[in-house]
Design a protein around this ligand. Structure first.
Ligand SMILES: [Zn+2]
Length: 423
């Protein structure tokens, strides 16, 4: 295997408390050493002026295989992820059929063998995501499911959710909760508020999320199980997580780039690419969430990449499916909104997008320490680019046409260059 040295970049690895200009030596797919050493026998890549960080980890990706391979396959999603600087992604189980068995978990690993980066399956909490009977969680965990989630909805039956948390605790595999009380969100299509009133569209109240956040925190504390809250979208949910943490509960949360960059004002365009669940909230909530992130009250960033084929989104806003793509725009949005506005440092961004998400799902990722897999993202913080071309099979991005500043320009997985843009 090739020996590579990344020369002269700013190495940022929060796990090892490193933030300095130095060289990264890669050998046999692993990080060999960091520092100034002889480069004889190594392929030299000049990354001066760029940032070298542990590859990003997305713990909330939707790949559409099996079932809707026209929207995304495991391979196309992983390729899009590599272009966004991700080297590990965990995919949600709401495929058709869902990931709810040993065979389904193995299917994902099998398909991922040809992927440029690592893909980890998340298994569903209930069989068929029907909310009636628990998945064989022990078997799925043994087969390599890295988490359990009913994402797309909540487990409505509280007792069943309690049982799932008990298994989760026993197995040491976390539950990721999509928090939504369906009797409150009903047929809502956007955030409930002034804009939904103005547009005459049915709203989804913030309470629909918050009530399940409170419920699942209560259950998690009762059982003593770890719980991760998916795509948090209200300040009140963040406060609930903070309070639970203070009293010792093992709760973590994630937020998406779109909930940090966009508000429900966008829905005035009636463009289905702005339809997402949980919905884009109002400007006031957006400001609070941004401040929560900056203050360290939200643990990590996850994309909730949700690809949809063009014909599925090319319908009226009210009937379009929920979801937007995100793998290829995440770091550009975060750099533009938080780094260039001096609200987050490089160390904080790498921590939010690599170190912490890796630790939440216990993934072997998120660090450049000696001996770790050489999973690396090289970032150009100054690169201006327009969102227009995608490696994902789907193009339902709310950021199309936007100029972003900052981009992944090289991605290395197990010591192999799997993506390169101009290096
Ligand atoms: Zn969800």
């Amino acid at each position: 295997m090739k020996k590579i040295v990344l020369r002269g970049g700013r190495v940022v690895d929060p796990a090892e408390k490193i933030n300095r200009i130095t060289d990264v030596f890669i050998r046999n797919g692993k990080i060999e050493k960091l520092g100034k050493f002889s480069t004889r026998g190594y392929e030299e890549i000049d990354v001066s002026g760029l940032v070298v960080a542990p590859g990003f980890v997305d713990i909330h990706t939707h790949l559409r295989e099996p079932g809707r391979e026209d929207s995304e396959t495991i391979l196309s999603g992983a390729t899009a992820a590599a272009a966004g600087g991700f080297t590990s992604i965990a995919c949600m189980p709401n495929t058709d059929p869902p990931i709810d068995s040993i065979d389904a978990v193995r299917f994902v690993y099998d398909r991922a063998k040809n992927a440029p980066i690592k893909v980890y399956p998340i298994a569903s909490i209930t069989k068929g995501q029907n909310g009636e009977e628990l998945t064989d969680m022990i078997d799925c965990a043994r087969a390599g499911a890295v988490a359990f989630s009913e994402d797309g909805k909540s487990v409505a039956n509280t007792d069943l959710m309690l049982n799932a948390l008990e298994y989760s605790k026993m197995l040491g595999v976390p539950i990721i909760s999509h928090c939504e009380e369906p009797s409150l969100s009903k047929n809502g299509v956007m955030n409930e508020g002034e804009v939904s009133d103005l547009l005459g569209l049915r709203g989804i109240p913030k309470a629909a999320e918050e009530i399940i956040v409170y419920r699942d925190i209560t259950l998690s504390e009762y059982v003593g199980a770890r719980l991760h809250i998916a795509h948090i979208s209200t300040h009140r949910s963040v406060v609930a997580v903070q309070e639970a943490k203070k009293s010792g509960a093992h709760i973590t949360s994630e937020i998406t780039p779109h909930h940090l960059a966009l508000s429900d004002i966008e829905v005035k365009k009636f463009d289905p690419n702005f339809k997402v669940n949980p919905p884009l909230r109002d400007d006031r909530e957006l400001a609070l969430l941004r401040s929560d992130l900056v203050k360290g009250k939200i643990d990590c960033i996850a994309t909730d990449h949700a690809p949809h084929a063009e014909q599925d989104k090319a319908v009226e806003f009210s009937v379009a499916p929920f979801g937007m793509t995100g793998l290829e725009t995440a770091i550009g949005v975060i750099f533009t909104e938080f780094y260039h506005t001096k609200r987050l440092s490089l160390t904080q961004i790498v921590s939010l997008m690599s170190t912490v998400p890796a630790s939440i799902l216990n993934l072997p990722a998120g660090t450049l320490k000696k001996g770790a897999a050489a999973d690396i993202t090289v970032l150009d913080t100054q690169k201006e680019w327009t969102v227009e071309n995608f490696r994902s099979k789907s193009k339902n991005s709310p950021f199309i046409g936007r100029i972003l500043v900052g981009k992944a320009v090289m991605t290395i997985s197990d010591g192999k260059i799997v993506y390169s843009d101009g290096i």
